[in-house]
Structure formats: C-alpha cells, structure tokens
Design a protein around this ligand. Structure first.
Ligand SMILES: [Zn+2]
Length: 467
C-alpha cells in the first residue's frame, strides 16, 4: 500500500500494520483456552495484555471485568470529542479453542508465526486477529482525522467465554448496562465470503439441541425369550428419525417453519451472484460425496437462510464384536436444529416435544432433554443507515463491489440485541479458509489491514449518518 492523499486511512493502516502484527504475535503466545480450567491464569494474562495495549494506545478508560463466575472480559471506552456524537460498542472475544492434535500443526499453535502474508496461531483469526484489526482501525481513524479523540465514542467489549457459548454474557451486559450503553453494536467474529468476494455479513443462524431417549424395559432382554412380544426402542427411535424430514428435505415437525422469515428477492440475488463451486464446497465439507438439502433452495441459501434438523448421534443396543441377541432397553438420539429469524429455541423445543409424543410407539416411554439454552438467530436490517455506512466503508477499503452474505453458524448477536436494545451489525475481515477451530489456524495480514481500514472509514461515516 502506498501513500494516498485521497485515503489517509489507508496510509495510516500501512504505517501501523507491522506494529499491529508484532503485538498480535505476543498475544497469540498466550494460550487463552477458555474451555480448559488449567488455562485460567492464561485467560487472566490475555485480558491483562489487551488492557495494557489499549492503555498504551491512549484509551482513557480500560477495565478487566473478572468478578463473578465469568472468565475475564475486557472493557474499554474512547470518548468522542463531541459529547453528542453517537456511541458504538464493538464486540469480540479473546478466548480461543484448544489447539487440538499438535502433530497436525506446521507451526507451534501458541507462538504467532509469520510466513509471508499469513500469521499462524490459535486465535489468529478467531478472534484475537479481529480485535487487533479494531485497535489498528482506531489508530488509523485518529491519524486520518488528525485528532486524539474519535468522531464517534468507541466502546470495546472483548469477552472470554464465546467458545463456551457465552454462558454469562447476558448477565455481564446487565451488570454493566450503563458502561455498555450504545447506539449500535459492531459484532466482529465473522468472516467475509471469500478473499476475491468480500461481503458484509448480515446474519447468523441460531441453534437448539436436545437428546431424545426411548425406554422400553428396565433391562435388555433375550430376543429369543421376548423378541416379537415387546416394542424395540431402537426401531421406534429409527422411525422417529426417519419421520423428521419429508422426501423434499423439509422438516416435518409441526409448526417448525411458522416463524421463519424468508429472504428478500434482493438477498437471494446477492447470494446467487457470489462465486460458488460445488466441488470446492464438497471438499470443504468433510469431503462429502454429494449435495443434499431442502428442495427449492441453493446450497448457500440452505446454509444461511433455511433452518435444519440434524442427527448428531444415535446410539442404542449392542454394538460390540459378534452377536448379542437382545431387545435393547433403551435408545437415544442427539439432535440439533439450526434456526433462522424469527424462530425461537424455546418454541422449537416445544414443537419437538409434541413431535416426539406423537411418534412414541405404545409400550415405550419417551424423554426429551434440552442440551443448553440454545442460541437465538439474528439478522441485520439491511435498510438501517449503519448498514449502508458499513457497506460503503467496506467497498472503499476493499476497492471492489461488496455484496451481502450470512454465516450458517451461531453467535451471541441476538443476546446483545435483546439486552442492549440497539441494532447489531457485523464487521469482519477474516476468511472462511482460515481453519478456525482446526490445526494451522491463520490470519491473512493484508485482510486485517483492509478490515482495519474499513473500520476507520466506518467511524468517520457513522458520525455523519447515525442520528
Ligand atoms: Zn469466534
């Protein structure tokens, strides 16, 4: 990137990029694995390092929130010079997934290894890289406007429990409602669609999971003694699983689609215009041998804007070596449902219970147990002025047309929307092939630079556009 008098944000990003990478490498060296209690001290060290970095950058109000059961979160506020300027809250997280099989990493997972334009390490993309992107974006914004205070008040919430499903985020937000009050949340934990097709993410699916168990007798029984005279729980549960979908791939649970909001024609046109290749999709989908799904929807639509019912595991009866002639006493299936706006996990939970009751054979007892609270889906209102500003900021930073996309995964955007009562938009610059949650996670440094530039443009634009 060279000096560009028309784009001082880009010039400033280029000036600070090496320093940003050096800091990120130090941060990646701290194994802040939130799910593993053995790494509790590393979570503290990770939060402290981020807080120290923010203070070094001149953020006047920086705090580590580590009271209560939640793993440490970092809060910071950099007020605008104009007290009437809008306030934006950036959400991200500093906890990371475990490294997984170490022998499958080409570089140490907790070192931060720079190879050309790629920085390798657990958390490089998900999500420390996107936090580093924002710190760079704020520095570039201040340099571009030649001020020590930003055009909008910028707040930062970097939580420590995203990879464990953000169990305490709602309480954290409620406990610090005054500190976190904002006009807009910028959620930074999603990728763009592809390096050659940068996008603004406009939604994430939700999720609801449950385990269904059919119980027959108190113990397994000899199939010669009783087989043919009592119901088999595995057979009953197989019938229930078979009844989950019709021949067109639609979920047959009554009421399942009642709250589903269909995408607009403009959204569908945007998705259809994105580069897409079946073979690449299949290769990136565990090497699946063919596509499947709900009739009438493209692959991207099936993953982004349609809900699913998935069997995650099915167990029952004898599965060891040789033969054991029994009628099993019980069988269970683990189910999960990806949800789209405006489905609610609690409504799907009720619909599933009615479906199970209707499909429980005589002589069997059914149990349905929710696994976790579920995560509601979230979609952005694309007509909101903040989305228009974000889109413009992305097009300027990426030097090309930017379309809308979504992701099929889940995150706490709906929690932030509900607790803070303000819109949430997604600003992310990482790539879908960054291998997050897998060995050799990396972030592409030039993508972080583009994302930081987009953020720097956004802060300037929001000062003009947000009421
Ligand atoms: Zn993440």
């Amino acid at each position: 990137m060279t000096g560009d008098p028309e784009n001082p944000e880009r010039e400033a990003v280029a000036a600070f990029l090496d320093d940003t990478v050096a800091r990120l490498r130090d941060w990646l060296a701290i194994p802040s694995v939130g799910v593993d209690p053995a790494h509790r001290a590393d979570m503290d060290a990770s939060a402290r390092l981020l807080a120290d970095t923010l203070r070094a950058d001149g953020w006047p109000d920086v705090r580590v929130w580590d009271e209560g059961p939640a793993l440490p979160a970092v809060y910071a506020c950099l007020p605008a010079a104009d007290p009437d300027a809008p306030t934006v809250l950036v959400y991200a997280h500093h906890d990371v997934q475990p490294a997984g099989p170490l022998d499958r990493w080409d570089h140490p997972p907790f070192a931060g290894t720079l190879v050309g334009d790629e920085l390798f390490g657990r958390g490089a993309s998900d999500d420390k890289g996107q936090v580093a992107m924002h710190l760079l974006g704020v520095r570039a914004h201040l340099a571009a406007i030649g001020a020590r205070q930003p055009a909008v008040t910028i707040k930062l919430l970097v939580e420590g429990e995203e990879e464990t499903g953000s169990p305490n985020l709602g309480r954290l937000v409620d406990d610090h409602a005054a500190d976190l009050a904002a006009d807009l949340v910028v959620f930074s934990d999603t990728p763009v669609y592809a390096r050659e097709a940068p996008t603004v993410c406009t939604g994430q699916r939700g999720v609801y999971a449950a385990e269904v168990t059919f119980v027959g007798g108190q113990s397994d029984v000899h199939s010669g003694r009783a087989g043919g005279s009592v119901p088999n729980p595995v057979t009953g549960l197989a019938r229930l699983v078979a009844a989950l979908h019709d021949d067109r791939g639609r979920v047959r649970i009554e009421g399942f689609y009642d709250d589903v909001v269909e995408p607009t024609a403009a959204e569908r046109a945007d998705y259809a215009a994105l580069p897409f290749d079946d073979d690449t999709w299949l290769a990136n989908s565990g090497g699946a041998r063919g596509l499947a799904g709900e009739e009438g929807w493209s692959t991207l639509e099936r993953v982004w804007v349609r809900p699913t019912a998935e069997v995650n595991g099915f167990h029952g009866g004898y599965t060891g070596a040789g033969v054991m002639t029994i009628v099993p006493a019980r069988a269970s299936v683990k189910l999960s449902f990806r949800l789209v706006p405006d489905q609610r996990p609690e409504h799907v939970a009720e619909a599933l219970r009615r479906f199970v009751a209707a499909h429980t054979p005589a002589g069997l007892h059914a149990e349905v147990v929710d696994v976790g609270d579920g995560v509601p889906p979230y979609a952005v209102d694309v007509a909101h002025p903040a989305v228009k500003a974000l889109h413009e900021a992305m097009e300027t930073a990426f030097d090309q047309p930017v379309r809308f996309s979504r992701t099929g995964g889940s995150g706490p955007a709906a929690v932030l929307r509900a607790r803070l009562g303000v819109p949430v938009v997604y600003l992310g610059a990482t790539l879908p092939d960054d291998r997050i949650h897998a060995p050799n996670e990396r972030v592409v440094v030039s993508q972080l630079g583009r994302g930081a530039e987009a953020a720097a443009h956004l802060w300037r634009l929001l000062a003009e556009r947000l009421p």
